[in-house]
Ligand binder design. Structure first.
Ligand code: UN1
Length: 513
């Protein structure tokens, strides 16, 4: 009872080895050094995995490339049926997987369940998509000719994901890639390796039940060096990477160097603009969940509130009051709102941000600090903090992956707020709280937000899977999940067919022999 049913969850997910054994699940390839996974919730060792050596990686590629030959010729709607079964298994194991996500990563159990729900939703989306991988038809300029385009599978898709969404981001990629006919090789974050094993086990079960090779889904373990096996590998035409801008720049260069494709989902510095006639109650909910949900470790977390001077004090007081209600503690205990940061390095970055904002002239209005004592033994629990700051502060320009919210003031028209909001290197998510139609439309217009996501009367985080997810500038430009994001997982082929006995050339060229 003390560990909220974690043992049972691990058992359901096929992660047997607690504390002493090594757990690689059904992923039989890894033989390298051991990674130990400690929970930020209570500091306990959850399990261990082995890293993937270069030789192991070659075996992974053999499994993946041979599975591709079978998978690509399986009709897309049948691939959709496999993804449907995978979604069903996720429904069965939702509680167990949500719990593991919560325990290994530290987000609240509710958010762990929400993450698994995103996986289920993208599976449903992908099932429908499996019958809609449409190309266009064109009218040929030549008589007796037909032109159309079709989408073929790409091959092996490499997925590099981050600790903060240890399962959903993989699912967004893999569910689409699978219906598109690709096979996937996934390197989860070395901070959440057991989430990777759990997902691999679920996928493997589905493939086994359908007499399909497990190589359709491959798991590799380790840090960036293992990721490099894929980024440098010409057998991997697409790398989808989620993480820091620093990581993304390295991946982008390596993949571009061999003219591969990359899909990048990098840092955000997301703001909510609060106009004079904003609904304050809605603003507080959106801002507080955005700033402290997942302990500020979403790429869509709200980092900046850009508040009109006429409502600045009201909004500030309301948000500060709301922070007093926050309960910080074991995320598996549903009465808590905020769990721990991922590890002590993250705690260091959090502390540094709070020091820097004061150094630059900011004023702390909700005091931060690292919690200690009973229930906080892991050393990863911190108090969500708020600072009044200026848009141009270096630390405000920087994404700190922690619950630190900056309050910024704007004067005059909404244009001034939009300038502040756009004047950062990142471009992921943005929001405006307003009841003024002109301000809302201005924010969404060509002169408005420069982000990949722009919301009205909704916070910056918690995007639905149906839309294309991603952002501009240093966020990397990639789009995954809904809308037509599937197209990057396929190669487009233009076909022209001549059904006459003549061979007329295009552009009217005469070439008489
Ligand atoms: C991420 O933090 O990498 O929009 C993804 C959201 C979630 C996904 C975040 N649906 O907050």
């Amino acid at each position: 009872a003390t560990n909220f049913g974690i043992d049972k969850a691990l058992q359901i997910l096929g992660i047997q080895a607690l504390n002493n054994g090594t757990s690689t699940g059904t992923n039989q390839f890894s033989s390298g050094e051991i990674i130990e996974s400690y929970s930020p919730v209570d500091g306990q060792l959850i399990g261990k995995v082995k890293t993937t050596s270069k030789a192991d990686y070659e075996n992974v590629m053999l499994a993946a490339t041979s599975a591709f030959k079978i998978w690509r010729t399986t009709p897309a709607p049948q691939r959709g049926e496999i993804v449907r079964q995978f979604g069903e298994k996720l429904r069965e194991k939702k509680e167990a997987l949500g719990k593991l996500v919560s325990y290994e990563m530290g987000k609240s159990y509710q958010e762990g369940l929400g993450e698994v729900q995103e996986m289920i939703d993208i599976c449903d989306f992908a099932v429908g998509l499996s019958r809609q991988l449409h190309g266009l038809t064109m009218h040929s300029e030549r008589p007796g000719h037909r032109m159309y385009e079709q989408y073929h599978p790409l091959g092996v898709v490499g997925i590099i994901s981050a600790f903060n969404f240890p399962v959903a981001v993989w699912a967004w990629n893999t569910a689409l890639a699978w219906v598109c006919g690709d096979v996937c090789v996934w390197k989860p974050s070395e901070k959440t390796p057991l989430c990777g094993v759990a997902c691999q086990n679920i996928a493997a079960e589905v493939f086994a039940e359908n007499n399909l090779p497990e190589g359709i889904s491959c798991l590799i373990n380790g840090d960036y060096k293992v990721g490099e096996f894929m980024t440098k590998d010409t057998r991997v035409p697409l790398i989808s990477a989620t993480g820091s801008t620093r990581m993304g720049k390295i991946v982008a260069q390596e993949v571009a160097g061999r003219l591969g494709k990359s899909l990048l989902e990098l840092g955000g510095n997301n703001a909510i603009i609060v106009t004079p006639d904003a609904d304050i109650k809605m603003t507080v909910i959106g801002a507080v969940f955005g700033a402290v949900g997942t302990a500020g470790q979403r790429c869509t977390s709200t980092r900046r509130l850009i508040i009109h001077e006429s409502v600045y004090d009201n909004v500030k007081n309301a948000v500060v009051d709301a922070y007093k209600q926050l309960r910080i503690g074991n995320p598996l205990d549903e009465k808590n709102h905020v769990g721990p940061l991922i590890d002590k390095d993250a705690v260091k970055m959090y502390k540094m941000a709070l020091e820097k904002v004061v150094e630059e002239g900011g004023k702390i209005v909700v005091e931060g600090g690292v919690l200690s004592g009973e229930g906080y033994e892991s050393g990863c629990y911190v108090k969500p903090a708020i600072a009044e700051a200026k848009p141009e502060f270096k630390i405000v320009q920087h994404e700190t992956f922690a619950p630190v919210l900056y309050l910024l003031k704007y004067e005059g028209d909404v244009e001034n707020a939009i300038d502040i909001q756009n004047n950062v290197a990142q471009g992921l998510s943005s929001a405006i709280m307003t009841n003024n139609l002109r301000d809302a439309e201005r924010f969404l217009s060509v002169q408005g937000s420069d982000c990949g996501i722009a919301n009205v009367n909704i916070g910056t985080s918690g995007a639905e899977i149906g839309g294309a997810f991603g952002g501009e500038k240093e966020t990397g430009g990639g789009r995954e999940s809904g809308s037509d994001a599937w197209k990057i997982y396929m190669r487009r082929q233009t076909n022209t067919i001549n059904y006459t006995t003549e061979l007329p050339l295009a552009q009217g060229i005469k070439f008489d022999l």
